[in-house]
Design a protein around this ligand. Structure first.
Ligand SMILES: Cc1ncc(COP(=O)(O)O)c(C=O)c1O
Length: 430
C-alpha cells in the first residue's frame, strides 16, 4: 500500500489561504440542514431500536427498494434482492475486487481512472491496463485491441472498470452510441463490466444518462448517495447478478458484519419524506455555476498550449499542459502560490499522466475558483517561461515515458478546449 497523491495533499490544501481545486468534496452547503436535522431526530425517536442495532448484511430491505426507485431514472430495472448496501461505493469496489481477483489478474480501466479504484486494485496486487478515452469516453476500438492483445499474451482479464458518466477525473461521458459497442466487445471477450456511477444524476442538462446495467443484467453496477445526498453517511450499493451478489454479501459480512443501520435508516427516511429529486436539481445548479466559473476562467487565462475538457456534469475538469510540463514537479510551486490541484500521475497505474492535472470545481465559490485558476495560470506561465529560457531541467519539467496506449488521446480530441499556441520548442532541444 502506498499513500495516494491526494492523501498527502489534503493537509496543505485545507489551509484557508490555499484555493483547493484538488479534492472532490461534495458541496454540502446546498443541503437543507433543518430538514436533515428533522430526519435524523425522527429516526432516533421513531426507529431508534432498529437504527442503533446490528442489521442485515445485505442492507435494510426498505432502503434497497428505494435504491431500485433511484436507479429507475437511469433505466435500470432491478429487484431489491439484487442490491447490496455497502459502506459507500468504495466498499463495493473493494468487495468486487476481493471476490474476483487474485494477484496478477488484469483489470482494464480507462486512462485516466479514479484514484480510489486504483488504490483498491493495487492493494489486491492486480495489474491495471489502461484503455484510451477521448471526448466521447472510452474508445471501443482501443478496448477491443487491448483485450485481444491481453488474450494473446495469456493474461487473465477479470473485468473492465468504467465510469461512464461525468468521469472522475476526465470530466467526459461515454456517448450513448458507444455503450452497446463496449458491452458487446466485453461480452465477446468474456469480460465482466463493472460500472461505477456516483455522478450519473448530476448532469447539467437535467437528463439522466441510461446506465450500462440497463441494457445488460450481467453488469455489476456501483451506486452512491455521497454526491446526491451526503458522503458522511457512507451509504452506497452494488447491484449484481444473483451468484455474485451472494458472494458480495459474504465478503461484506466478513469485513463489517453489516452496513451501518443508523445511516441507512437516515437515508431511507430522507428519501421517503424529503423532495430528494428537487434537491438533486439544486446540486446540479450549484455545480453548473461552478463549472461555468472554471471554464470561463480557463478561457480567459489559460496559457497557450493548454487543453481542457468540458464536463456536462459531475465535479471535474481534466487539464492538459503543453508538452514537457511536469505537473507533479510543479505542485510545490503551485501550493506556494496558494492553489492546489491533483497531478495527473495519480490517475494512472503506469506512471504516465505527468503532463496533466485534475481540477475540481465542486467546492470553492465561483469567485475563489476564478482566483484559483488565476494563480494556477501564473504558475504554469512561469514554468513555461523558465523552460523556454533555461531548458527543461530548470523548471523541473521532464518528458515522462508514457505507457498510455493512445498518448494524449484526451488532449488531442477536438471537443476539448484548446488555447492555440506557437509550437513550444521540444524540451530536450530548448
Ligand atoms: C468514481 C468514484 N467512485 C467511487 C467513489 C467513492 O464514493 P463513496 O464511497 O463516497 O460512495 C468516488 C468518490 O469520489 C468516485 O469519484
Amino acid at each position: 500500500m502506498t499513500a495516494s497523491e491526494i492523501r498527502a495533499l489534503f493537509a496543505v490544501a485545507s489551509r484557508p489561504e490555499v484555493v483547493s481545486l484538488a479534492g472532490g468534496m461534495p458541496n454540502l452547503a446546498g443541503l437543507p440542514w433543518d430538514a436533515v436535522g428533522d430526519v435524523v431526530s425522527q429516526v432516533v425517536a421513531e426507529r431508534g431500536l432498529v437504527a442503533l442495532q446490528y442489521g442485515s448484511g445485505q442492507g435494510d430491505p426498505v432502503l434497497r427498494e428505494q435504491i431500485c426507485e433511484v436507479m429507475a431514472a437511469e433505466g435500470i430495472e432491478a429487484h431489491p434482492d439484487d442490491v447490496v448496501v455497502t459502506v459507500g461505493s468504495q466498499q463495493a469496489l473493494d468487495l468486487v475486487t476481493r471476490i474476483f481477483c487474485d494477484p496478477g489478474d488484469v483489470i482494464v480501466a480507462e486512462a485516466p481512472s479514479y484514484v480510489g479504484a486504483l488504490g483498491v486494485f493495487r492493494q489486491y496486487e492486480t495489474e491495471v491496463v489502461h484503455v484510451a478515452m477521448d471526448e466521447h469516453g472510452l474508445v471501443p476500438a482501443d478496448l477491443a485491441t487491448t483485450l485481444a492483445r491481453l488474450d494473446a499474451a495469456g493474461k487473465r482479464v477479470k473485468f473492465l472498470y468504467t465510469i461512464p458518466n461525468f468521469h472522475n477525473p476526465a470530466g467526459v461521458s461515454m456517448t450513448l452510441e458507444r455503450r452497446p459497442e463496449i458491452l458487446s466487445i466485453c461480452q465477446r471477450a468474456g469480460v465482466l463490466v463493472v460500472e461505477d456511477n456516483p455522478y450519473g444524476l448530476l448532469g447539467f442538462d437535467g437528463e439522466s444518462r441510461r446506465a450500462l446495467r440497463a441494457d445488460d443484467e450481467g453488469v455489476i453496477y456501483l451506486g452512491s448517495f455521497s454526491k446526491t445526498f451526503a458522503p458522511g453517511f457512507r451509504v452506497g450499493w452494488a447491484v449484481a447478478p444473483h451468484g455474485v451478489r451472494e458472494k458480495l454479501v459474504l465478503a461484506a459480512e466478513a469485513s463489517v458484519l453489516c452496513p451501518p443501520s443508523f445511516s441507512q435508516l437516515v437515508v431511507s427516511q430522507y428519501l421517503a419524506t424529503q423532495p430528494w429529486r428537487e434537491q438533486i436539481k439544486t446540486f446540479r445548479e450549484l455545480y453548473r455555476e461552478r463549472r461555468d466559473a472554471m471554464l470561463d476562467a480557463l478561457d480567459d487565462m489559460a496559457p497557450p498550449g493548454t487543453q481542457w475538457t468540458t464536463p456536462e456534469g459531475g465535479f471535474y475538469v481534466w487539464l492538459r499542459m503543453p508538452p514537457g510540463v511536469d505537473t507533479k514537479a510543479m505542485l510545490p510551486r503551485a501550493v506556494t502560490a496558494r492553489v492546489a490541484y491533483v497531478p495527473g500521475t495519480a490517475f494512472y497505474a503506469d506512471g504516465s499522466g505527468a503532463d496533466a492535472m485534475r481540477l475540481s470545481y465542486c467546492y470553492p465559490t465561483p469567485e475563489r475558483i476564478r482566483e484559483g485558476v488565476r494563480r494556477l495560470c501564473d504558475v504554469v506561465t512561469d514554468d513555461l517561461e523558465l523552460r523556454d529560457t533555461f531548458g527543461a531541467g530548470s523548471a523541473g519539467a521532464q518528458r515522462s515515458p508514457s505507457a498510455d496506449p493512445v498518448p494524449r488521446a484526451l488532449g488531442d480530441s477536438r471537443a476539448v478546449n484548446a488555447r492555440a499556441s506557437t509550437p513550444a520548442p521540444a524540451p530536450d532541444t530548448a
